[in-house]
Design a protein around this ligand. Structure first.
Ligand code: ADP
Length: 457
């Protein structure tokens, strides 16, 4: 069966929806194809937070001094300057615009008086969708796509790109693993298939460290399909060996712990011996590596009700909270003695650690690890302690795209008809992606891909 469209978008995460909506609003006949039975990809199960310098919540909270330049610098530095400066500039310049687009055109509900300051950022600049997950984003994007009558072909897996006279003119796909379907694209194919964090074979092909010892926070569909399809038509890859682990994940399932977002508001990390060992707002790679060096290769995260009162993650992530308690990975306790006992930590050592934290909270100076936001007093319970390990979370590498989101070949030339946006591109995050930068990246470049292809004749 053959379906004819102007623009064919492969993958229905945040990148795909943004591209499809913009191309459709520009008047194109657009389709989205999605291999899974449901839409949303990793965007759906992410925290959904999005960095935007100079945003409206910063104004409301009277957070001063943030700028496009500061965001650009943090992002470049966070990735060891391996991102493409020109592309990171585009991200920094457009992140606020695409956040406003989400707010005003897609009607995404962002929390009005709370922001996250993820590791590596100089300011609290990450907008938080209600519910603290990507569900709010995907629900609203899906709603908009439905209103615009964009057909979404689920259970339909793109297998290869169709090339004719040097131009990409469509996609060969399979429906439910049984039926071949061809999607012709008059103007463009936009690849938005996400990264390859769930593909152990592909991970170890590019970096032997990330073998099956590591679980992944990603959805099963995160297999690198788009990267391979583009590579088969001559696309260039970059930064493929940079694979990010999320430091605080469930030791049994590998799932990201969003409950543990209390880390951004003062929760501390200690090892089995009851000692802190890293600055809690360090980059993800630094924290992950530090955790793996500790006894058993795990960490405990500790916070109290005062910190939860700032983060409000217990209310936002009730299901996760209950699940962790059930699995014996999280305990609530009234005293530090009790807290220590739950995981057989030496109570005297843990008490000494927390006493120091309380002192540093008072003076504003963390003499041991220089906590950049300043520690918060843990003098008062009730307390929470959660066991966690690093888990593969984001693949920084991927396709090389230019400012129009055209996919480039080995010689730096655009492959006609082929565009890409989102985690499968490799030009933004360098060696390490900062928190809140995935959503900023996928929405901004999905948006640009939709606008660019929307203008094609
Ligand atoms: P991004 O954050 O870059 O938008 P996501 O992981 O959120 O990426 O979304 C990618 C989507 O693409 C997922 O829903 C995934 O199932 C889908 N996908 C991956 N490979 C294919 C493929 N070969 N054909 C169709 N859809 C795909």
């Amino acid at each position: 069966k053959t379906n004819n469209f102007d623009v064919v978008v492969v993958g229905s995460g945040g990148g795909g929806f943004s591209a499809a909506i913009e191309a459709k609003e520009a008047g194109k006949k657009v389709a989205i194809i999605e291999k899974m039975p449901t839409v949303g990809g990793n965007t759906l199960i992410s925290g959904g937070e999005m960095n935007a310098p100079g945003n409206w919540v910063q104004k409301k909270l009277k957070i001063k001094g943030d700028s496009v330049k500061s965001y650009y610098q943090d992002t470049m530095k966070g990735g060891d300057n391996l991102g493409d400066p020109k592309m990171v500039h585009i991200l920094a310049n457009n992140a606020l615009g695409s956040a406003k687009w989400l707010r005003d055109d897609i009607h995404v509900n962002f929390i009005k008086d709370q922001l996250f300051q993820f590791g590596g950022h100089s300011y609290k600049r990450a907008l938080i969708p209600v519910g603290h997950t990507g569900q709010e984003l995907v629900t609203k994007l899906d709603k908009k796509a439905t209103a615009l009558k964009i057909p979404i072909y689920t259970n339909t897996k793109a297998k290869s790109l169709i090339k004719q006279n040097g131009r990409i003119v469509g996609v060969k796909a399979r429906y439910q693993g049984k039926k071949n379907v061809t999607f012709k694209a008059k103007n463009a194919v936009i690849l938005t298939t996400g990264g390859f964090g769930s593909n152990v074979k592909m991970r170890t092909k590019y970096n032997q460290e990330y073998d099956k010892r590591y679980k992944s926070t990603d959805t099963a569909g995160t297999q690198g399909d788009g990267i391979v399809m583009a590579q088969n038509v001559g696309a260039k890859l970059t930064n493929m060996k940079y694979i990010q682990t999320y430091p605080i994940a469930n030791p049994k399932t590998g799932m990201i712990s969003l409950l543990a977002d209390t880390r951004f508001d003062g929760a501390i990390l200690v090892n089995q011996e009851g000692n802190r060992f890293v600055e809690e707002l360090e980059r993800r790679d630094v924290i992950s590596k530090a955790i793996l060096k500790q006894t058993g290769g795990y960490t405990y995260q500790i916070w109290n009700d005062k910190i939860d009162g700032i983060s409000k993650t217990k209310a936002a992530h009730k299901a996760e909270y209950n699940e962790l308690i059930k699995e014996g990975l999280l305990y609530k306790a009234d005293s530090i003695d009790e807290l220590a006992k739950d995981f057989k930590i030496d109570p005297a050592a843990l008490k000494a650690t927390i006493k120091k934290v309380n002192r540093y909270a008072k003076t504003g100076k963390d003499k041991d690890f220089h906590h950049r936001a300043g520690l918060v007093s843990l003098a008062k319970g009730p307390y929470y302690i959660e066991k966690a390990v690093p888990s593969v979370h984001h693949t920084m590498g991927g396709l090389v795209i230019n400012e129009k989101t055209e996919v480039l070949n080995q010689h730096g030339k655009a492959i006609p008809g082929l565009y890409a946006a989102g985690e499968l591109t490799g030009v933004i995050q360098g060696s390490n992606r900062l928190g809140g930068n995935a959503i900023a990246d996928i929405i901004t470049f999905g948006w640009i891909a939709g606008q660019t292809t929307g203008k094609l004749k």
